[in-house]
Design a protein around this ligand. Structure first.
Ligand code: G4P
Length: 526
């Protein structure tokens, strides 16, 4: 039987992130094909969510329900156990994605060769940078006309603010795309467009091997040699330690749809990507190989069926071994809990598991015992550092429209906030409750769920705000002065922390200028 250490070493837990349509779903699917977890392309549908019109959010929720099954996709590849954590494609669920990023040990970013770095990718990369998550990049759709690969590399560096190092290199692009040279392993793959099969590899000794000229023609072979010389001149040799520190991102080129360049990515990924890493709790650093079990809830997925108000809490195992029917402590509530039916997600199937190891995710059926960010341990008082909330960008006052149901409304709001659907603030000037989200959809989701799950009715009153940011200061008098001056725009979050509601970008920058002793934070983790 494998030791705990061996179980940890073979695990790779990561997320694929991209701007919608860059090819995340397609790449995920191809990785699952390699792992034998699925047998035909077209089996992964979860990300089709984004294709639905924004207004049709019921449909989106239905699909989100389906996507529980694909929230975590575990499969074996060679000696490795791989866990891919799915992230919603729709940008209104960006907050879900941010939280998922706290549960992964590394990330693969997919970029469309024609479109380059797009807005959502930039935002997600900021989260990775903040957490120093190791990042690999897959430049996709080389079978279509796109940009010059050197231009793409420059853009990746400047837009994503990370050094890059190509580890594979394309030979032409679009209609003339002939293949990819694997810099990491010094081999050549020729492009044979085929949606279902893995392509053949041309064995070569080195870059001067005449087999290259035979495979791609003399002109392209000469260009490839020139390109590689330039790459070696411009980019320092790939350094795994720098990658693990999140300072350099290896870049691969290919076409997910054609299963091209994907195996190169996967083979390199399992070799260099980190196994579960130590995680910092408030009290101390927790190492995965410690015998005591620890884990935290990074996502709660509600069942939309009003007759069964139940959720699945997704727990990331951080250390030790998780076992079914063993007592664990829920640190926030102090309750001892045991789980009779924890589920794991292997090869697209959800099944009850007896044990799980660091890097694994287990789903725990829940009826309101968990809140996002909750810590579970074998008994030690530990608190994993909160999952950051980001300054919301859309705000509405929430109004009760059925005074008989005030209790239900309040309970519903509290529970939905525990699930992380949106953020609740209380305006200190007028005492009114306001909800902040990253997208319009959340308001509709909240209203619907309050009615269907809690029997409470609410109405939204629009509120024109630019941003809510957390404020603090070492100087109590300065903080007080600020709060007095801005008393109409001060609110408290659910933890009772001060939040400034800026109604425009101008007001915010003036406040920052006029009150140099106040620190303004744009995420809740500071
Ligand atoms: P996403 O999850 O990042 O949003 O992207 P997804 O994989 O759904 O891919 C978006 C579109 O890009 C899909 O086409 C997909 O087939 C296509 N695509 C993915 N990889 C490649 C590639 O390497 N080359 C080319 N040419 N296209 C690629 P669609 O027509 O929008 O959807 P579908 O009907 O084909 O599923």
């Amino acid at each position: 039987m494998a030791t705990l250490e061996e179980e940890i070493q073979k695990r790779r837990t990561f997320a694929i992130i991209s701007h919608p349509d860059a090819g995340k779903t397609t790449l995920t699917e191809k990785l699952l094909l390699f792992g034998g977890a699925i047998h035909v392309a077209g089996a992964v549908k979860s990300n089709k969510i984004k294709k639905t019109a924004t207004s049709d959010w019921m449909e989106i929720e239905k699909q989100r329900g389906i996507s529980v099954a694909t929230s975590v996709m575990g499969f074996n590849y060679g000696d490795y156990k791989i866990n891919i954590l799915d992230t919603p494609g729709h940008q209104d669920f960006a907050e879900d994605t941010y939280r998922t990023l706290t549960a992964v040990d590394s990330v693969i970013i997919v970029v469309d060769v024609a479109k380059g770095v797009e807005q959502q990718t930039r935002k997600l990369m900021e989260v990775c940078r903040m957490r120093k998550t190791p990042v690999m990049i897959f430049v996709n759709k080389l079978d279509r006309e796109g940009r010059d690969p050197f231009d793409i590399l420059d853009e990746l560096e400047s837009e994503l603010k990370i050094s890059v190092r190509p580890l594979s290199w394309p030979i032409n692009i679009g209609a003339h795309f002939k293949g990819v040279y694997n810099i990491y392993e010094h081999s050549l793959d020729l492009f044979t467009p085929n949606k279902q099969q893995v392509t053949e590899r041309v064995e070569i000794d080195d870059i001067n091997d005449p087999a290259i000229d035979k495979g791609v023609g003399e002109t392209d072979a000469a260009k490839l040699r020139d390109d590689l010389e330039l790459i070696d001149g411009v980019y320092p040799e790939f350094d795994k330690a720098e990658y693990l520190k999140g300072e350099v991102a290896p870049v691969f080129f290919g076409s997910a749809l054609n299963t091209f360049g994907v195996k190169e990515l996967l083979d390199c990924f399992v070799q260099i990507a980190p196994s579960p890493r130590p995680i910092t709790a408030v009290e101390r650093e927790v190492k995965p190989e410690e015998p005591g079990f620890t884990g935290f809830v990074f996502k709660i997925h509600a069942n939309m069926d009003p007759n069964h108000r139940s959720c699945i809490a997704f727990v990331k195992i951080c250390s030790g071994k998780f076992e079914r029917n063993v007592n664990y402590k829920q640190i926030r509530t102090g309750k001892t809990m045991r789980f009779a039916a924890p589920t794991a997600f292997m090869a697209q199937k959800k099944s009850v598991v007896d044990e799980a190891f660091p890097g694994d995710i287990v789903g725990i059926p829940d009826t309101g015992n968990f809140k996002i960010g909750d810590t579970l341990t074998s008994g030690e008082e530990l608190h994993f550092k909160g999952l950051p909330s980001f300054s919301p960008e859309m705000f509405k006052y929430i109004e009760n429209t059925d005074p008989m149901k005030t209790k239900q409304l309040n309970k519903g709001i509290e529970q939905l906030m525990d699930e992380g659907v949106a953020q609740l603030f209380v305006n200190q000037f007028n005492g009114r409750k306001l909800i902040g989200t990253v997208g319009q959809l959340q308001f509709e989701v909240i209203q619907y769920r309050l009615l269907n799950e809690y029997g409470a009715q609410c109405r939204w009153e629009p509120l024109n705000l630019y941003k809510a940011c957390w404020i603090e200061s070492d100087d109590a008098a300065a903080l007080d002065a600020f709060k007095k001056r801005k008393h109409q725009f001060m609110a408290l979050d659910r933890e009772g922390r001060d939040v400034f509601l800026a109604d425009s970008g101008y007001v915010l920058s003036m406040a920052q200028q006029d009150f140099p002793k106040i620190k303004f934070h744009f995420t809740s983790e500071f």
